[in-house]
Design a protein around this ligand. Structure first.
Ligand SMILES: Cc1cc2nc3c(=O)[nH]c(=O)nc-3n(C[C@H](O)[C@H](O)[C@H](O)COP(=O)(O)OP(=O)(O)OC[C@H]3O[C@@H](n4cnc5c(N)ncnc54)[C@H](O)[C@@H]3O)c2cc1C
Length: 397
């Protein structure tokens, strides 16, 4: 991926925003367990950063997805994982389907304000009983008059206590699990919504994560994104951008941790020399740097394929798998070299150690990525039919 002047300019602008507006406040927001989403997103909207790859008709910049990847990479300079994640919900997880498949009216009402930073958005797919197995969600939306009436609940929803609307996956019929789902724009101030349960988490502390209960919530049928019954498909497409975004965010973040660890081990003395001068330490840091460069190359290659209109599912899934794995490897190895100081709560390294653990779980766990990759490699065994044991096969006592 050749970076143009425009790519570099977006990177510079976002990095400067991170340095001035986000990093100085992270300590405070981590303690509070929430970030001021409306305030931060409005500033970003004013700078034109929330719709880089979105259509110009709704306030976006209309650029291709490679610019969004550079945006994510620059945001990765945040000294925490939660802000890139929560901002990415707005730009790359909750809005791609609306931008691509929503009606003009719906995009004017909900996409344009999200791009302007006037509305905060959530993506509401997971449920307490259905995370990896998206097809088994239980929340329903049945038609009544001009409305959908939604009942059910959603779990672990990022930005959930303060979002203005959620892109919600619901069952709109009783048909087959991959064909009975729809994505609906649900205004979060609708009667019957309870999103007061803010969940306490291991990491990603400055982003709010909510449980959402929906009790006979009425939403106009015109809030349907695209066609009824296509929600599962739209969500799978939307996941592509989520996964590329997550991987792109980690490139600079992990690189910074390695640089900070080099600085720390260079000045930290033990046994009469700098820690860094132990071959195990500098070799290990070189290995980690190599892994991060490999991730970057894979993200850029996947992005090129995606921008070229090719099916990037395999590479995007590999990026997501790789970022989960090396996120854990880099943060664990670096924390080790920081010793007791690395074990302190408020250091960048311990925060990264906690935050990065989510990447192998959220937005499709490592094992789900492996399943997709195996399927595309044509090595995933088909579902076996359960056979009733025959008498002749009974295991002798
Ligand atoms: C901080 C945070 C923020 C989140 N934000 C959002 C959000 O904004 N919107 C949203 O919709 N969801 C969100 N999620 C939910 C997240 O996407 C799910 O937690 C994730 O998809 C995993 O689902 P689960 O937790 O139900 O795990 P389960 O599906 O119960 O799986 C548990 C584990 O089992 C293993 N596993 C699962 N399936 C297989 C398999 N087929 N083969 C082998 N192993 C398997 C994996 O290791 C997996 O981690 C968030 C979660 C967290 C923790």
């Amino acid at each position: 991926m050749i970076l143009t002047h425009e790519h570099k300019e977006i990177y510079r602008q976002v990095k400067s925003f991170v340095d001035k507006e986000l990093n100085p406040n992270i300590g405070e927001w981590e303690k509070a367990g929430i970030w001021p989403a409306h305030e931060v997103l409005k500033k970003m909207g004013d700078l034109g950063l929330l719709g880089i790859a979105k259509p110009e008709a709704y306030g976006g910049l209309g650029l291709d997805y490679s610019y969004e990847v550079v945006f994510a990479q620059a945001l990765g300079n945040c000294n925490c994982g939660s802000l890139p994640m929560a901002i990415g919900v707005q730009t790359d997880m909750a809005t791609p389907a609306l931008a691509r498949f929503g009606s003009d009216e719906l995009r004017k009402e909900y996409l344009a304000p999200a791009i302007a930073g006037d509305m905060v958005v959530s993506i509401a797919v997971s449920e307490a009983g259905a995370g990896s197995d998206v097809a088994s969600i239980k929340t329903t939306a049945r038609k009544e008059g001009c409305d959908y009436v939604i009942n059910g609940s959603k779990m672990w929803i990022t930005n959930g206590t303060q979002s203005d609307w959620a892109c919600m996956l619901v069952n709109t019929s009783d048909g087959k699990a991959h064909q009975n789902k729809s994505l609906i724009v649900v205004p979060m101030d609708a009667a019957g919504i309870d999103r007061n349960t803010k969940l306490d988490k291991l990491g990603m502390r400055s982003s709010d994560t909510a449980m959402i209960f929906l009790d006979n919530v009425r939403v106009p049928q015109r809030n349907l994104i695209g066609k009824e019954g296509m929600g599962f498909m739209y969500q799978m497409l939307q996941f592509q951008e989520e996964r590329l975004y997550a991987a792109a965010c980690a490139i600079d973040g992990l690189g910074n941790l390695i640089s900070e660890t080099i600085d720390y081990t260079r000045q930290r003395q033990a046994f009469g020399q700098a820690l860094l001068d132990n071959q195990y330490v500098h070799f290990r840091l070189a290995e980690l740097k190599t892994e991060v460069e490999a991730l970057k190359a894979m993200v850029y290659q996947a992005t090129e394929e995606y921008v070229a209109g090719m099916d990037a599912t395999m590479l995007a899934s590999m990026c997501k798998l790789k970022v989960g794995r090396i996120g854990r490897e880099v943060t664990d190895a670096c924390l080790q070299f920081w010793g007791g100081q690395g074990y302190m709560w408020d250091t960048n390294i311990s925060r990264a150690y906690r935050d990065s653990r989510l990447t192998s779980i959220g937005g499709g766990a490592d094992e789900i990525m492996l399943g997709i990759i195996c399927k595309l490699m044509n090595i995933l065994p088909g579902k076996k039919k359960s056979l009733a044991p025959m008498k002749s096969q009974a295991i002798p006592a």
